[in-house]
Design a protein. Structure first.
Lengths: 213, 526
């Protein structure tokens, strides 16, 4: 997929190849949507079982940091959209730059998320840790299992996205190969998907318990 | 074998293991699933032998649990689900639509390696002590009580799931993007339609299974109750997640088989399929409605009565598109010039067995009857009629039908007919008694049983022996045919599909020149 094939193949073949790649990615995202969708649905089911303990548990989360992270991720979607726009145009210098910016915002998100995890560890909220707060009832622990699993799966997807974005923009910058527009578009699609997942996770996890104390 | 064939090119082991040719990958899958079929079959043989007598005489109860679990896990995820799609589908779908390969050939190879990786984990689990949860991994037994290799098996199945998703993705994109000029959706072979529907299920249902199994793994390792009621979890949640995948998984197994039936029955009845559009769309209907019926596995699990009613009704609904297919196949036979070849016998036996399996499914979908037969041998017999009587029979039919295309060789049709007969008789002998036992209340998965059931168990075990002979027969004469069989022309059956227009075996890039389709599907002259 990567390489200077673009020059040698006809516009028609390139158009077809681009469609094929897009369709493949959309189908993949459909599969991913079922993964996160069923996870979120399972979480909602458990929340209906234990409404109060889940609200109490949710209030332990650092809503301010979560909000900041939401803003960061939304901004990274903007830079990703700009990268795709630049890659589609004739002056492509902007593309690697915007890609790099996107990856940097992704790293910032993960750093803040890591700090949050550290805080939660510090507050003895990690349910499988032997020194967890004994006052946590099983339903509250259940909330934290869901919280760590959902945000962990999201963070893993984001990490993968960052690695791919960095690979794409470093190949584009440091080697003679040019990244085909279709590759940037596909990476962009994936990135936006990971963002949308967070848009669902944030209210689901952080905003349920009301303002944090 | 002609010089340009894919078998003549790149024959070293290294070239086989790095190939991106969909035909060779199909054959790699053929070897792998045959291996797993033998492993799962050996476990089944031990289970049936043990059940000859009401008391334990061969294995302990612990060992018995491990045997039927091994049989279930291997057969479901490592044989039935990949059987038709990944071997036959991989091989013939690009040929049927006039494409040089699948849309993502390297992904196709990656999918095989991931499948093998999963298989290795599962075998490791088996060798290092086995699994005793049953293939359903019900919690909290699988998370708190079981002292077997649950975690390893979970990892293996999750891998197999990734492989499924990639294969489904590849088939969907291939069907959309790589059809030859003139190969419109309304000219698409029904085999491709049914694989398209299967792929939709593979892509959308498999991640849900992955999630469920990962959560079981987490609960098992961390001791936090997600599903365990004693720790605040919800065991029904696991059943919902598991059956949301595992009911559609039945259609992953049987839809490709239905595609095989449509191809073979038209060829040997020399007729266009009756009601092409209905047969094609019923595949999509089965896939769609199939997502909404999972709760019929949980009628006695304590879900609400209203949920039970809705799931019962929806389960009846899904029988309609299946029945449409059976009626349309029968009407295709009507006034056809039927030629009873080996592949045709497999297909006719599919129709009979699938009908019995489907109709007994309606017993189980009825709320009140299910309370009586739930978790009995009746259920076991029902789903074996669908999965073994249906899918495995069609798989052998497909193997016979496309064998000349795959290898360029013919096999003695008389043996094929004898094998089909042995499979049909052996199968019914094995599983019909289980309907009777189940109806009389014999629970499934029990190691020991009251002596009054012994006669039926003995009949069932003898049937399994006949069935085993039926399965070994094709393996031996097909192997002979591969080396010594007479050469086949491009189209030994006079079939109408595009895959028969190229040489047997096909060249590496499938067609010597780009095919253009100007005819409708199944143009058998009448
Ligand atoms: Cu079901």
């Amino acid at each position: 997929m990567i390489g200077d094939k673009k020059r040698t193949e006809s516009a028609e073949t390139y158009r077809r190849r681009r469609w094929t790649a897009h369709l493949g990615l959309w189908v993949f995202l459909g599969s991913e949507a079922m993964l996160f969708g069923s996870l979120a649905l399972g979480f909602i089911g458990l929340r209906m079982l234990y409404p109060e303990p889940f609200a109490v548990a949710s209030a332990h989360l650092k809503t301010a940091l979560g909000t900041l992270n939401t803003a960061i991720l939304l901004t990274s979607s903007l830079t990703m959209a700009l990268a795709v726009h630049a890659a589609r145009g004739t002056r492509r210098v902007g593309a690697p730059l915007f890609l790099f910016g996107t990856a940097a915002l992704g790293v910032l998100f993960l750093t803040i998320k890591g700090y949050e995890y550290y805080q939660e560890y510090h507050d003895h909220l990690v349910p499988w840790w032997s020194a967890r707060d004994p006052a946590l009832s099983p339903p509250v622990q259940l909330f934290f299992v869901c919280y760590f699993f959902l945000t962990g799966a999201h963070a893993l997807h984001l990490l993968l996205g960052i690695i791919i974005v960095l690979m794409v923009c470093s190949i584009d910058t440091f080697s003679a190969l040019r990244i085909p527009t279709v590759t940037v578009e596909c990476v962009g699609l994936y990135w936006h998907f990971v963002d949308i997942v967070w848009i669902f996770l944030f209210p689901l996890l952080y905003l349920y318990g009301g303002p944090s104390q | 074998m002609n010089e340009a064939s894919y078998l003549a090119e790149g024959g070293t082991l290294r070239q086989w293991l790095t190939t991106t040719d969909h035909k060779k990958i199909g054959i790699l899958y053929l070897f792998s699933v045959t291996f797993f079929f033998l492993v799962g079959g050996a476990a089944a043989a031990l289970v049936r032998t043990e059940l000859l007598f009401p008391d334990a005489y061969l294995v302990t109860s612990e060992g018995y649990n491990r045997l039927f679990t091994l049989h279930g896990i291997i057969m479901v995820w490592f044989f039935l689900i990949p059987s038709i799609p990944n071997t036959i589908g991989n091989f013939v779908i690009p040929l049927m639509i006039g494409a040089p390969d699948l849309a993502f050939p390297r992904l196709n190879l990656a999918s095989w390696y991931i499948f093998l990786g999963g298989g290795c984990f599962t075998l490791w689990a088996v060798i290092s002590g086995g699994i005793d949860t049953g293939w359903t991994f019900y919690t909290p037994f699988s998370t708190r009580f079981s002292e077997s290799r649950v975690l390893l098996a979970l990892i293996g199945i999750v891998f197999a799931g990734f492989s499924s998703v990639l294969t489904g993705l590849n088939f969907i994109v291939t069907t959309h993007r790589l059809r030859a000029p003139g190969m419109t959706w309304s000219r698409l072979p029904l085999f491709v339609w049914s694989h398209y529907a299967t792929s939709v299920i593979l892509v959308l249902a498999t991640p849900v299974l992955t999630l469920g199994l990962v959560l079981v793994g987490i609960e098992r390792v961390s001791g936090i109750g997600i599903f365990d009621p004693k720790l605040g979890g919800d065991p029904l949640l696991f059943e919902h997640i598991f059956w949301f995948y595992s009911h559609p998984a039945v259609y992953i197994m049987v839809l490709p088989a239905m595609g095989v039936v449509s191809e073979i029955i038209t060829c040997f009845a020399r007729r266009r399929i009756f009601g092409y559009t209905f047969v094609a769309l019923s595949s999509l209907a089965i896939a769609g409605i199939g997502f909404l019926v999972w709760g019929h596995h949980m009628f006695v699990s304590g879900q609400s009565l209203y949920a039970g009613l809705a799931f019962s009704l929806l389960s009846y609904l899904v029988a309609i598109p299946s029945a449409i297919k059976v009626f349309n196949w029968s009407l295709t036979l009507y006034k056809g010039e039927i030629y009873l070849s080996g592949p045709m016998l497999y297909v006719l036996s599919f129709i009979g067995l699938f009908t019995i399996g489907g109709l007994t499914g309606l017993f189980l979908a009825a709320l009140a009857v299910d309370v009586h037969v739930h978790d009995t041998y009746f259920v076991v017999a029902h789903f074996h009629y669908i999965m073994v009587g249906g899918t495995v029979t069609a798989y052998f039919g497909a193997l016979h039908f496309w064998w000349p295309k795959i290898t360029g060789r013919l096999y003695p049709d008389r043996f094929a007919k004898w094998a089909a007969l042995a499979i049909f008789v052996g199968f019914n002998m094995t599983f019909f008694p289980q309907f009777l036992m189940g109806y009389q209340g014999h629970p499934r998965r029990y190691h020991l049983y009251p002596p009054e059931f012994q006669t039926l168990h003995v009949v069932s075990t003898l049937g399994a022996a006949v069935l085993a002979i039926g399965y070994f027969l094709p393996m031996s004469y097909l192997l002979w045919s591969f080396f010594r069989g007479p050469r086949s022309g491009p189209n030994p059956w006079g079939a109408s599909g595009l895959e028969w227009k190229t040489t047997s075996p096909p060249p590496t890039h499938n067609f010597h020149e780009q095919p253009r389709v100007t005819w409708e599907a199944y143009t058998y002259d009448r």
